[in-house]
Design a protein around this ligand. Structure first.
Ligand SMILES: Nc1nc2c(c(=O)[nH]1)N[C@H]1C(S)=C(S)[C@@H](COP(=O)(O)O)O[C@H]1N2
Ligand SMILES: [Mo]
Length: 422
């Protein structure tokens, strides 16, 4: 990726005449690619600044998360009394940790309701006093693609509870499910290699038993009282209303999502999308565009945009437009306010990636979370155009690679139509 860094567009855009933009066609591409176009943070065009001011909050309020829940009725729709009966409140919840009856692991002290040894919410809070971890993460459904919400998840490492059951051998995977109206047909199950539970690879946060989101108790819709959260995974690994953890000698995944043709080992991918694009603009008026990027396991180096006149041939070089004259957008710095319903808008102390004293991020953007971006496209002559955006990950690999498969998570290069007319 050898594109120039973004520069202050204001100092240049008056010199960028229509002549340049007519050269957006294949013939002018080589000339264009030497020309920086987009605004840097210091002196922003007011049109762009206005669009930036309207960008969504970085964190999503619990109630504003999109919901992906199965069940008839959905467990979170049960009234409080019924939720108490089935163990879905903090004072009635418990988790059984047992050997997989079909592929037994040796487990010396299973945690069961029958023996009154199941792990309950009091035990969880006890552990939380010394073991609580907090990290930001986008919840993204592999099947839907765009994030359901961005939150700061708090919990206790799952391994701390796993060890309480004293497994001693033949343990290769764990699988787990939540309350499902006691109907096997409704069970939604997920699994992990035990190594991932026991160890945090590549600097990832631990897999947690989560009880808080954005500093507040999980709501029933978000999986209360306790859900699993797997930092680097798509949403289907983060089982809500958790009730059972099986320690297993299986060597292959048995996720319910696998039955739906999903790539169940696919970690969160880096991609971007627009948030605001004007559909119609006047000729020669700069066009302010904003969006967000999901920062996947491979990180985020750049967000890039490219606007193409629909009357012209797309550039040669394949369906991923690798040779198009992509321009760097500005990945916006961390916001001043975080949103998400945080008390006093303060990042909970000890949240990964944030300075515990100041509550400001230690670096940016944060992996597994979200970054916003903006670009000011120069005015264009009348016509119909297509705006595209893509990310480049820290390895220098542009979307939709390296995993362009729908069932491995969203990877498409978004395209939006823009009409320029007076
Ligand atoms: N018990 C249970 N957990 C579940 C689900 C479910 O249907 N039942 N859906 C999963 C899927 S597919 C996704 S994408 C996420 C969505 O999380 P959210 O509803 O909190 O946004 O929850 C996961 N956890
Ligand atoms: Mo999902």
């Amino acid at each position: 990726m050898d594109n120039p860094p973004p520069i202050d567009f204001l100092t240049r855009h008056r010199h960028l005449t229509r002549r340049y933009f007519l050269r957006f066609g294949a013939a002018g591409m080589a000339a264009m690619s030497a020309l920086p176009l987009f605004a840097a943070s210091s002196k922003r065009d007011p049109v762009l600044q206005k669009a930036i001011d309207e960008i969504e909050p970085w964190l999503t309020k619990q109630d504003d998360f999109e919901d992906v829940s199965r069940g008839k009725p959905k467990p979170h729709s049960l009234d409080e009394e019924r939720r108490k009966e089935v163990g879905l409140t903090r004072d009635t919840w418990s988790l059984e940790v047992i050997s997989d009856p079909e592929h037994k692991a040796k487990v010396r002290k299973p945690l069961t309701k029958a023996k009154n040894t199941a792990f309950n919410f009091k035990d969880l809070m006890q552990l939380a006093q010394t073991r609580a971890v907090r990290f930001p993460k986008l919840m993204t459904c592999l099947n839907i693609g765009c994030p359901l919400g961005n939150g700061i998840w708090e919990g206790v490492p799952l391994r701390d509870v796993l060890w309480l059951a004293q497994p001693s051998k033949d343990l290769r995977r764990v699988y787990y499910h939540g309350y499902h109206n006691d109907d096997p047909e409704q069970m939604f199950r997920s699994s992990l290699p035990v190594g991932r539970v026991l160890e945090d690879l590549y600097g990832l946060p631990p897999v947690i038993l989560c009880y808080k989101l954005n500093g507040q108790w999980l709501t029933p819709e978000r999986g209360a009282p306790v859900r699993v959260v797997v930092p680097e995974a798509y949403g289907f690994k983060s089982i809500k209303w958790l009730t059972h953890l099986y320690l297993s000698n299986r060597w292959a995944a048995n996720d319910t999502y696998g039955e739906k043709n999903n790539d169940v080992d696919s970690p969160l991918k880096t991609f971007c999308e627009t948030l605001s694009v004007p559909t119609t603009v006047k000729p020669d008026q700069p066009i302010a565009v904003t969006g967000y990027a999901q920062v996947g396991v491979s990180g985020l180096k750049k967000v890039q945009v490219w606007i193409h006149n629909d009357d012209e041939e797309p550039p040669a070089g394949g369906k991923y437009f690798a040779n198009a004259p992509w321009r760097d957008a500005e990945v916006l710095p961390p916001p001043q306010a975080w949103g998400g319903g945080l008390a006093e808008d303060r990042i909970p102390p000890g949240t990964r990636g944030f300075d515990p004293q100041t509550g400001r991020p230690l670096h940016w953007p944060l992996k597994l979370s979200k970054a916003h971006w903006a670009a000011l496209l120069p005015g264009l002559p009348a016509g119909k155009y297509t705006l595209r955006c893509r990310t480049v990950d820290e390895n220098g690999i542009a979307q939709p690679m390296p995993r362009p498969f729908r069932k491995s998570g969203r990877a498409v290069i978004e395209q939006v139509g823009i009409t320029v007319k007076s």
